[in-house]
Design a protein around this ligand. Sequence first.
Ligand SMILES: [Zn+2]
Length: 317
Amino acid sequence: MPSPRYFFNHFMPFTGYPYTGAPTACNLCGSTRSVTVAETDRRLKTLRSIACEQCGLIRTDPMPTPAELADYYATAYRADYQLAFAGGPPRNHLNRSAREAAFRADLLAPKLKAGARVLDFGSGSGEFLAAVRAKGCEAIGVEPGRDYAAYARTHHGVEVLDDADDARFPAGHFDVITTHHVMEHLRDPADVMARLSRWLKPDGVLYAAVPNMAATGKPPHERFHFAHVHGFVRETFDLTARRAGLVPHPDYWREDTTVVYAKTDAPVGRLAVPGLAERLAVDLKPMPAGAYLASGAWIWPMLRRNAKAVRDTFVAR
Ligand SMILES: [Zn+2]
């Protein structure tokens, strides 16, 4: 069971997370110039997020090291994301995952013919793999979360790899690749997007989805989370794809940062979105702390979010 110190480190508002990290250059364009867009996360803990001044890609600063991220996923992620695993993924997770898998399989139906090779990068509990296998596709997943990968293998009988480096698949191998809410967790999302693009057949499609940091309807700080070390908006997601030789496929529905991309031979232009960083700094500007605290708007979201994590953390099963 996690210690009270663990609880303090991960849930106490207005304190930082237990990590040191290191500054990094932008993974998309390589620039080191940036604009601060947030100082707290959805738990009201101290967490700085910056937007690259050249291209607008948002990242955590300082960036957690690979070891710190691994440690976070090993100890804190489960309680943070309320996916406690005694006896398998919680029912509400499986329901949501099944709905999302059905939606994705429906969207990509024109490409999911019998015999098509499909990769789900970040395959979670395996619902999408099961859905496409039912259509006669050859499906394989990559999922570093051991518990989820084990669940997918056991309950859906699907093939899931723990990880996959560049050499794991030949270039031009897959008809369809999907990656659903994975890129925001990676230290090197632009490099991973390039790898996925390389594995894709010339006429293949890549479905990619991440949270939209420019979404309206909730307080800006609610969009920031320690596990999300990169933040995208429509422009930066498309630019990440563009760098990897991909453009939005004109025949498919898209919504902001949920997109189906196709390959292109057109040369990549300058990796820049002039003015985007400054715009994000304004759009994501938090309410003044005093006004926000006095409004009480933080109480219910925080209680709701933390109640289950507290229960999972402290109640014996
Ligand atoms: Zn950049």
